[in-house]
Structures are given as C-alpha cells and as structure tokens.
Design a protein. Sequence first.
Length: 504
Amino acid sequence: MSRKSVYMIINPRAGQDMTRLADVITIFSAAGWKVDNALVEYNGHATQLAMKAAEDGYDLLIAHGGDGTVNEVLNGVMAAKKKKRQCCIGVLPGGTANQWAHEMGIPLDPIHAALALINSEMRKVDVGFIEVQELQKPSATDQTNQQQSAVKQDAKGSKSVHVAKPKQGTRNHFLLTAGFGVDALIISHTPKSLKERIGRAAFEVEALKEWSQLHSFTTSIDTLDHSQDKPLHWEGEALQLIIGNTRLYADSLQFTPNALIDDGMLDVCVLTSQGLLTTLQQAASLFLRHKPTDTTTAYLKGSSITITAPSSVQFHLDGSAMELADYLDNTASTILQQEAASQTQVSYHIDVLPKAAPFLVPRTYAGPLFSIHPTQAAPQQEQPLVAAKSHDKELKLHQASAQSSRQASVLPAQNSRAHQITVVGVAPLAEKKQTYVIAGHSHKLSTGDMKPAAVRVDENTLLYSKTHGQMPLSALGTLQADTVLTVEGKESKRGVIKAKRITM
C-alpha cells in the first residue's frame, strides 16, 4: 500500500512536546510522505477530522496524542461513508497512558516514534463495537424493595424500553479496552489539567479522593463465541468489568493476558466483590497496579457480549469516559432522568468487528498480540533471494573497498554542499528496499544554530567510514546517537537532504 498521502491529526491538549513537531514532519517528508495536518480544537473534533480525511481519500491518518485521540480517529474512520480506499491509521504517542504505543513497542520519544512509523507495515486488527440495547425501568414493586437482584426485575414486572440509534457523533468503537465500574468513575473525575501536570499519577490522586465512594454493583454477563456457538454466563457482584481487545491495562498490568487483536474475540475480566475486604483488594489491584488473585477474578471470552448493569455504573472506551445519555434516544433519556439511576438497568451489547481497521505496526514488533506474526502474514517467496543477492553485492563491494581504505578515507568531497548532521536515530524505509532515513540536526557553520534535518539514503548513496573506507549501506544500522556525519547532497525547504555521499 502506498502511504504518500498523510493526514496528521494533532491533539495539542494531550500533553505532547509540540516543539518537536518540525522534526517529525521532516522525517515523514524524507520518507516521501506528503503530510497535511490539523489541530484538534474540542471534544469530538478529531472524529470529524478523521471522517472527512478518510472520505477525501488519504492513505494514512496519524493520530498524534493519547489513547483518547486514537479512539476518536478510529471512530472517524469507521464512520466514513465514501471511502475511496481503506484508510490506514498510525499512532504518534503523546498522551497520558499511551497504551497502544506500549502494546506495539512504539517509542514515546516523537522522533523515534516517527522513525518507527516509517518502518511499519499495515496490519488489520479487530475493533470492538458497543451499543445500548434497552433500559429496564423498575416496576412499583421493585422500587419498594431495593435489595432485590437487578437481573430479576423483568420477571417482577419491570418495563423494558428498546433504545433506538444513539446521538450523531457518539463514539461506539474501541481499539483497546472498554471498562465498566470504578475505573471509569476515576477517569471521569480526573481533571485534564492535573493529567497535564503529573501524567498518569493524576488517576491515583483522584482514586484516593474517591476511595470512600468505592462500591460494587450487581451485573450479569452473557458471551457467545459465534464460531463455536458456545454461550457463557456469569452474574454476581462486581467492582470492575474489563473488556480487552489487547492485553495491557494502564500500560503495565495484564487483566486480559490471553487477548489477541486479530482472532475475532474479546476477553472479559470481572473483578468480583465478595464483601468489603475483597472490594478493597480489587481496588488496590486497579490503582496500585497489582495483579488480582484468581480466586476473586472471573474470566470470559466471546465474539458477542451482553452486559446488564445499573445505569449508575459508568463506563469508558479506550480510557475516555462516556456519557450514557449520548447512547439513548429521547424516550430512553426521559426514563433515565425520571428514575433512580441505581434502580434502572441498562443492557449493553458489544460485538467484535473482525479485522475491521488497518493500523501501522512496527516491523520490529515481536509481541504476542497477533495470532499470526506480522512477518508471516504476507509471505513473499522471492524476498529472501533478493535479500541474499543484495547482501552478496554489498559484501563484495565492502571487500573491494577494504583494499583501498586509506585512499578512500581521504577522497575529496564531490559536492560543495556538505552538511554536518548530528544523528538522533535511523530507520529503514519499509516501502522501499535499500532506503534509509537518518533523523538528526544540522549545524549551520556560520551561526552555530541547529535545526531539524532528515537524510534520505538510497542505493545511489555512497557511504564511507573515515577508518574503513567505503561501507555497505547496512552499516547505517550500527549508527549511534550523537554521531556526527558529513552529508553531501541538496537540502529541501523542509530540511530533507537527499544524500549523494556520507562520511561517518
């Protein structure tokens, strides 16, 4: 897939270092990507931008922000009505948790993250889809006995109200995790200003404030594996429900350790509550990042999931708190406003959309989230042969040049346009063989100033070492940060140097 047409959606409120954005765009330009960008101005704006960009036919959308920004971009792509081609999504992390970046091994440093993106391949991943099916309005009998089980209210005369389409623009897709319970409560109460100041610790600060408000809720869960027609049921008291499409939770714990992102299934973890002590233990596992015990945890798996819980239970998608009212039509909203939230029951339905969204995954990724390893997904029988021939050619070139290393090391510059580049990182370009991008900073000799630079290296570039003479291009893989290179070649307005000759 060609990825030259790129639209970057930047959330300046996510906390990333905006001063390094010029470096990132220079790297993308060196990769041959034509980059347009837009700033997110309000909640939901990223979804609108992504939907329009997908409909306009961009090859790649890059979400620059946190997991919430990624979620909005995903929802925009999924909502696009006039896709000329299937739009791929890339992630440049810049938020509080950055769970997708941790899952995929994408560096948090923006320059190294940009290098990882240009050395990525497209993989199709599962997407979770959530909707509210119905509200169960409590009957008069139920209202006089609040201790009755919520899941039995239908049998006692409660009224079920079918819910129509949600409000326009409501986010109902998720990539990573959906959560019901105390974590959504904490997320919804944590100020953005506090997250910007202290990062992930802001959630722990808010958790301490809400500690006295922690309580369990009665819920029922039904899952179905459509491939095997295998239903599972669980009901009881829970502190937290975690529906995982991936494995990490808060970028450090694994509440769904067996999840795969391309198997057409979602994993469910229930932190159960069997009294005050277990409630406190489960809360500690969430906020102090301790693994919960198996005796107080239930696990389910399915391609279709139905959850019934009180409407007072909050939920989140990919770390962003959602408003139940956004998922209801006018009739259901009126009932929700009239009835006690602890008594009105909500039925949520969650489906998996198998391999519904293409994402960029670094070629260096070697984790367990895919049922098929990326290098096995699209085997190319001729690739090893081509690689072998290329290696033999470079080896012969290196051996021949070694005989005249002294002369080569003192060869005069072929071009007066020589640039002094301090290396930050280097990556091969996934789309083209024998092509690399070196990210760094150029030194302006007249003033001593430094500015972003990216060097594009291809098969026509000559690479020399001051001590070993001419080198194969594969030697670029050994470059260390802060190495100073002399690069000859024309520089573009964006700071991209198409290298004719490099001396290192």
